[in-house]
Design a binder for this molecule. Structure first.
Ligand code: AMP
Ligand code: ZN
Length: 465
């Protein structure tokens, strides 16, 4: 298995720390709103990474945090607290907001066939672990108290620039936009480990600690949760590219200072999903969540298919047109598979299967080349293998791709209400003699594999076989 490591800036052979188990940590969502489809692209890639490793025969133990405290709108301790702001806006408590959007996130995972990580840990349930880490960092001189807060002293960690591969001046420019300078910091990169006295006097969630009544910074939560659940040596740490600096840079600084040795060997970062206007962001307020796609009649698994068509290290540009083409391709694929399933022949040829399984493994092992993995699936379908062998391989590959390749198309309640809405719209268009509009609606549904049938009793629909 070869994977690109942000730390070395190279595609490297993957060698886990222990033969027994691969440990994998992925930064979870900040649950102040629905995850947008950009966030979900990252979680899809991480899911394929975990499942692919399992497919290769590794035992994987994976952990993810849920950020329900401490994440400010600027990643460098600036701006407002994302959770507190959402609670204020929705007139709810922070924990209610967290509960609601955590459940919404789990629902998204389920709809995208993303396996839940083995361990999921909310930040608010790990205060003891942060205190333990911060205490040691203070004792050993890696952290300092200033203005009532505790900060990590980045000058004490010479490798601070390694992960981002950027110079000090370059990073100074990057944080320059975070104009609200914190005069308590010795250096602009220093970051808060614990806040008691800050601009957030109305911070709802606070805890007792040896450093005063307060709350943790964002970065400490991932280090502490990862070390607590996965041990002192981590194989893989994932996240989106925006996490490289400052979040993961800070995680490395505090974890390695705390542990006194190298912490994580492979840093795997997922590129962004952009829309035509540029970066997608939850805080921009115009984000696209999975519900908005479902409301437009798209199958969430088609979104997964769309993501797998491109490499995780390339920016992916999203548009409804590109999702339409993915819908088309996915439906054709499902129809071909249905045909195979309905015309089974011969015994499974395990020897020949192995050739295709090796190709599939090679594609995954080549820095998780998901489009090559899909090509291998198409190669199986096109091949002269008998249908039983094809079906065996399709089922096998779907353990990693998770595209519901063998599932009969079920219709969700959301899609059904969308179609009924469209049928009403079409009837109205016909009544107004706007036949072009009526045809447009029929064609749009047809592109989603939904066939309208006009009967004496009214219009009904069925899914194209
Ligand atoms: P957040 O909830 O903001 O902490 O982000 C959750 C995950 O999504 C992190 O791993 C981010 O790096 C990642 N992420 C944020 N924006 C995007 C985007 N537009 N495309 C892909 N991943 C993203
Ligand atoms: Zn994190």
């Amino acid at each position: 298995m070869k994977i690109y490591n942000t730390l070395s800036k190279k595609v490297e052979e993957f060698i886990p720390y222990s033969e027994k188990e691969v440990t994998m940590y992925t930064c979870g969502p900040t649950v102040y709103y629905y995850a947008h489809i950009g966030n979900l692209r990252t979680y899809i890639s991480e899911d394929v990474l975990e499942k692919g490793l399992r497919y290769l025969g590794y035992n994987v133990k994976r952990c993810m945090n849920i950020t329900d405290v401490g994440h400010l709108s600027g990643d460098s301790d600036t701006g407002e607290d994302k959770m507190a702001k959402a609670a204020q806006k929705e007139h709810k408590s922070v924990l209610d907001i967290a509960k609601f959007y955590t459940e919404a996130f789990f629902k998204d995972l389920e709809r995208l066939n993303i396996k839940k990580p083995d361990i999921i840990s909310p930040a608010t349930l790990n205060i003891d672990s942060y205190i333990k880490m911060i205490n040691k960092l203070l004792e050993e001189g890696y952290a300092y108290k200033s203005g009532g807060n505790v900060y990590f002293d980045t000058a004490k960690f010479p490798n601070y620039y390694e992960l981002s591969g950027r110079s000090k001046d370059d990073l100074l420019l990057a944080v320059r936009d975070d104009v609200e300078e914190d005069n308590n910091k010795k250096n602009p990169f220093d970051f808060g480990l614990w806040f008691t006295n800050s601009k957030f006097q109305n911070q709802e969630l606070k805890w007792d600690s040896p450093f005063g009544y307060g709350y943790p910074g964002w970065h400490i939560e991932c280090s502490a949760i990862a070390i607590k659940n996965l041990g002192e040596h981590l194989d893989i740490h994932c996240g989106g590219v925006d996490n490289i600096f400052p979040h993961h840079t800070n995680e490395i600084a505090q974890s390695e200072s705390y542990l006194n040795h190298k912490w994580c060997n492979y840093w795997v970062h997922m590129e962004f999903l952009n829309d035509k206007e540029g970066k997608m962001s939850k805080s921009k307020g115009d984000s696209k969540d999975l519900n908005s796609l479902i409301e437009k009649g798209y199958n969430p698994i088609v979104y997964r298919y769309f993501c797998l068509q491109s490499h995780y290290r390339k920016v992916l540009v999203y548009s409804l047109e590109s999702l339409d083409s993915a819908t088309n391709a996915y439906n054709k694929l499902k129809n071909k598979i249905k045909n195979i399933k309905n015309n089974l022949s011969g015994e499974v040829d395990y020897e020949k299967s192995k050739l295709f399984q090796d190709k599939f493994k090679d594609a995954f092992s080549n820095d998780m080349n998901t489009s090559m993995m899909l090509t291998t699936l198409y190669d199986v379908i096109k091949s002269d293998l008998n249908n039983s062998t094809k079906l065996y391989l399709i089922e096998d590959f779907d353990k990693v791709l998770s595209l519901s390749l063998l599932e009969e198309e079920k219709i969700s309640a959301e899609l059904e209400s969308y179609i009924n809405e469209k049928i009403k719209e079409r009837a109205m268009a016909k009544e107004n003699k706007d036949y072009a509009k009526a045809d447009e609606i029929r064609d749009e549904l047809l592109s989603k594999n939904i066939i309208l049938k006009d009967t004496k009793e009214g219009t009904t629909f069925e899914i194209r076989k």
